[in-house]
Design a protein around this ligand. Structure first.
Ligand code: ADP
Length: 165
């Protein structure tokens, strides 16, 4: 069984993330979306909310599931017996950070491979930050995120939410 981990903040999960995940799910037997719990980072949704939202989007899909994790990514990969980490690449601007992440993970765990998938053209300018920015000011993000995420954003901003940041 070849298991891959797709880590990130996913605050919130976008159609760009979903595209990478669906494509990764064709390459591996099982893909775990690993929502990073990072108290240092101000997020709109709690890790639990993000995991629940992603799992609701995934529905009954057999070989993909979201969980949250904290600590080192390579430790989490070992824990779930993953052989690879999935990352998405959009523009050149992603490259430097991703290369750094790759190098560190390779140093810590030489046996865990990182697989980069290029963003599909229609999602190459889509980011969680852009989605939050547009949604915060009442803009329509329904083409940028799955339906459940759109509903959660509407709920949050309609109620004057967005507790952190
Ligand atoms: P981070 O891990 O930096 O907090 P995110 O949670 O936003 O970033 O994204 C997780 C992963 O998904 C990263 O590899 C990121 O480059 C990738 N990604 C984000 N948005 C897109 C997109 N629109 N298309 C393809 N990949 C994306």
């Amino acid at each position: 069984m070849r298991i891959a981990v797709y880590p990130g903040s996913f605050d919130p999960f976008t159609n760009g993330h979903l595209d990478i995940l669906n494509r990764a799910a064709k390459l591996f037997d099982y893909v775990i979306v690993a929502v990073l719990v990072n108290p240092e980072k101000k997020c709109l949704f709690t890790p639990e909310q993000r995991v629940d939202m992603i799992n609701a989007v995934l529905g009954e899909s057999e070989n993909v599931r979201a969980v949250h994790f904290h600590g080192l990514l390579v430790d989490f990969c070992r824990q779930v017996h993953a052989c690879a980490v999935i990352r998405g690449l959009r523009a050149v601007s992603d490259y430097e950070y991703e290369l750094q992440l790759f190098s560190i993970n390779k140093q810590l765990a030489v046996d865990i491979e990182t697989v980069f998938l290029m963003s599909s053209t229609q999602y190459s300018f889509l980011s969680s930050s852009i989605v939050k920015e547009v949604a915060r000011y009442g803009g329509d993000v329904s083409t940028m995120v799955p339906q459940g995420v759109d509903a959660a954003l509407r709920g949050l901003f309609r109620s004057g939410g967005g507790t952190k940041k």
